[in-house]
Ligand binder design. Structure first.
Ligand code: NDP
Ligand code: ZN
Ligand code: ZN
Length: 362
């Protein structure tokens, strides 16, 4: 079977910059589809990973990107979920064991499968251990079970970030069973945070936003938040909100005071963590503050399974819940430069709210 030729944008070391890069993907197998990528979002996880902030032993050249939407151009002979011409989305995973005896795959939590293959920088044990390459590219091959059906009515320019920022915030909101009237907070109002606020407002929750960029206040209020708290100005910000929230979702990608958030939870309240800072910059919580703020619950959450991702996508498109995007496009050298710059802009908190790369002309 013939390998697939691909063009994309890669970092060749953790220092960057991005440069155009040509490579090959494995052939389209019987259960696979080939997608011509239209748009790819830039997630803060791409930055952590491309800069080796989570793991010193990353693989380069690295083509990041796990917020992908495009059109199906080829299908394997066993494929039933897609036909050529359909729109398809790809998130953080491209495969897993799918064994009926695997509790996590069977339980629709493929992200926890020991054999899960992530979209880039991941060993693909189902293809001879090749290292996967992501969505900052013109095409991708994926097992049909891991591709998400995207209705043609979707706003294609904005749909890609739903595949990570959307599902990563939708999933804990479902897990914690948030309902109308619940007092909730979102900490970190960036790519993930602004999706969380939209889902929570849609449910009728009473939403507070905690962030460090005063410039984002207006957008938060426009999205329907009840208040915006700039925590950079006041380290005692939590004192005005003690025991107030039923649920707090942290998307913060940097070091922060976890105990402050714990103290803002009501009795029995839940603190869901999705933000994953660099390993040298991890926040922690002392056992003392954990025990002396008793009966509050903390849990982590990682993207969501494929079934829930499809549910989130259908819900978002139906309710027109989309990210606010800033499009990167142009000639390949220019796009490579813009991606390199976008990484700094994101870390500086200067984008409202998600960069999306237009891949259609690559
Ligand atoms: P963004 O950079 O778009 O957003 C992060 C936001 O948090 C920014 O608005 C930032 O402000 C704000 N922030 C930074 N420090 C603080 C602080 N101390 N208190 C409050 N707000 C703060 O990142 P993303 O939304 O793309 O990603 C967020 C995190 O989630 C990343 O660590 C990412 O790796 C992780 N992630 C985890 C996933 C999972 O499955 N668990 C999936 C996807 C992402 P400013 O920029 O002004 O500093
Ligand atoms: Zn992501
Ligand atoms: Zn499995």
């Amino acid at each position: 079977m013939e390998k697939i030729k691909s063009k994309g944008y890669a970092m060749f070391s953790k220092e960057g910059p991005f440069k155009p890069y040509e490579f090959e993907r494995h052939a389209v197998g019987d259960n696979d589809i080939l997608i011509k990528i239209m748009y790819a979002g830039i997630c803060h996880s791409d930055i952590h990973q491309a800069r080796s902030e989570w793991n010193e032993k990353e693989h380069y050249p690295m083509v990041p990107g796990h917020e992908i939407v495009g059109q199906v151009t080829q299908i394997g002979r066993n494929v039933t979920k897609f036909k050529v011409g359909d729109y398809a989305g790809v998130g953080c995973m491209v495969n897993a064991c799918k064994d009926p005896n695997c509790d996590t795959c069977h339980g629709n939590r493929e992200q926890e499968c020991p054999d899960a293959v992530f979209t880039y920088a991941s060993h693909d044990k189902f293809h001879g251990g090749e290292i996967t390459q992501g969505g900052y590219s013109n095409n991708i091959v994926i097992s049909e079970d891991f591709a998400i059906q995207v209705p043609k009515t979707a706003d294609m320019e904005k749909v890609a970030p739903l595949l990570c920022a959307g599902i990563t915030t939708y999933s804990p909101i479902q897990f914690s069973r948030i309902r109308e009237g619940d007092k909730v907070a979102v900490a970190g109002f960036g790519g993930l945070g602004h999706m969380a606020v939209q889902y929570l407002v849609k449910l009728g929750a009473d939403v507070s936003v905690f962030d460090v960029s005063e410039e984002k206040r207006e957008a938060a209020m426009k999205m329907g938040a009840r208040e915006f708290v700039d925590v950079s100005k006041d380290t005692e910000f939590f004192k005005k909100h003690l025991n107030k929230f039923h649920f707090i979702l942290s998307t913060i990608p940097a070091k922060y005071d976890m105990s402050a958030y714990l103290r803002m939870l009501e009795f029995g309240g839940e603190f869901a963590i999705v933000g994953l800072p660099a390993t040298q910059n991890l926040p922690s919580i002392s056992l003392h503050s954990f025990v002396f703020t008793p009966n509050r619950k903390i849990y982590g959450s990682m993207i969501g399974g494929i079934k829930e991702t499809q549910e989130m996508l259908d819900y978002s498109v139906k309710n027109k819940i989309y990210p606010q995007v800033k499009i990167i496009k142009g000639a390949p050298d220019e796009v490579a430069k813009q991606i390199t710059e976008a990484y700094n802009t994101i870390v500086d908190g200067k984008v409202q709210f998600r960069f999306v790369i237009d891949m259609r002309d690559l």
